[in-house]
Design a protein around this ligand. Sequence first.
Ligand code: G4P
Length: 525
Amino acid sequence: MGFQQEIERRRTFAIISHPDAGKTTLTEKLLLYGGAIQIAGAVKSNKIKKTATSDFMEIEKQRGISVATSVMGFEYDGFKINILDTPGHKDFQEDTYRTLTAADSVIVVIDVAKGVEPQTEKLVEVCRMRNIPIIVFINKLDRFGKDGFELLDEIEQKLHIRVTPLSWPINMGTNFKGVYSIFEDKLNLFTPGKQTIEEYVEINGLNDSKLDEIVSAKDADKLREEMEMVTEVYPKFNKQTYLDGNISPVFFGSALNNFGVMELLNCFIQIAPNPLPYETQERVVRPEEDTFTGFVFKIHANLDPNHRDRIAFVRVTSGIFKRNEFYTHVRLDKRVRFSSPTAFMAQKKSVIDEVYPGDIVGLHDTGSFKIGDSLTEGEMLHFKGIPSFSPELFKYIENADPMKSKQLAKGIDQLMDEGVAQLFVGKTSGRKIIGTVGALQFEVIQHRLLHEYGASCRYEHITLFKTAWITSKKKAALDEFVSRKGSSLAVDKEGRLVFLAESKYALDLAMDKYKDIEFHFTSEF
Ligand code: G4P
């Protein structure tokens, strides 16, 4: 197969949802279709259960599972599909944002009874920022939930996306009979509890009398009526509009019952984008370029405490990545070579010789990679769109064992490179402040410092509302701000200036008073 064909047959996407909407179940069913797994229940959720906030073993276990299920590749109908897993727990949302930078499209799972939940809103907002094409899967139709039209309205309003259904449910809950596939003009019939390949009945349009025979005259009429409304209200599906991120097709089904999943998958492979170009500060990188480029979007520590190495997940953005070839680690301006790059197929990892655009390769890392780093054949490229967000929670971190200060410094350094949290050092006090997006990270950091680096830390309270990276086009203005606000300033790991706002009031006041200072809430500016 030629290089161009290899690119065209790749589909790299992420499934996002509010916890419990059915992301793990859907992933598993998709893998079943790909023949990548044989039995249901094989994909373990990497979500950290709500009860686990203080259960470290659980966190460790979950971390282990999430390495295995970080990327799940499989072959289906001539396509190479890569599912990028995203952590469900809200404290790990930033990991999800970063994973989305490596995806070309997403499938959003929504629980028919719960509708659009807060975490989904946030995640879709990030997708919209990048215009990532979105497909919506409304799940759990075997249960009673919201009316189809009501849900579509809610999705449009809360997620700010335009939708058009490509399938339509015939009832729901105990009365659920199946879906009518608008995309293929077929009936897909539902048999409760039957978790097998779906049963399709070809019909000749909605007026076919077969429809009445199969689902009853009453339900057939209801479907006809509803479909009339669908046709009136929603635009006809157009692939290009979807690819531009301007319309999202919607499917209905039940992942647990393996219902509506094949339909989703068959449509997905036809319409979802193959690997897309990426923007760098220097130029746009196209997948079909001859030379290899890629960037690190995730770093995972090894679970084995005797091997403190890590896996850096690299999305290949152009050319072919080859084993044992020398590449340039752009940030360090250093030549590097990898003898055992890993490919991810289902839950198996295996050494691979060549990796194509759209695929993810796992590289052994002894601490030289950071999120966002690029690898190239020599060109100094810096990928855009992989920001850190201004954290929400803050604590001072102190050394609790003076004999281990080196270990602590190294541990903190490496955990920050992995993107677990952000470190700020007070400009006048010199004290280290850890900033996170979720409370769980503080526990994870403390636990990992102890178990992986042999260092103990202690947290101390800090009154801090928000941090903002600050810049100014006017040097004098920046100098003045620095001299006035000395004790409220810190530097991040890259040495950039950060304003520490004690309260919303203090932040608003500073932004109001110092008009020549720009305040940034993501690290990319
Ligand atoms: P998540 O990854 O989005 O957090 O959700 P997950 O797939 O783990 O699903 C959450 C719960 O919803 C699971 O039940 C799962 O079995 C159930 N579920 C998923 N799809 C459907 C569906 O189509 N219909 C119905 N009725 N339930 C569905 P659980 O009891 O929390 O977990 P488990 O013990 O079954 O694993």
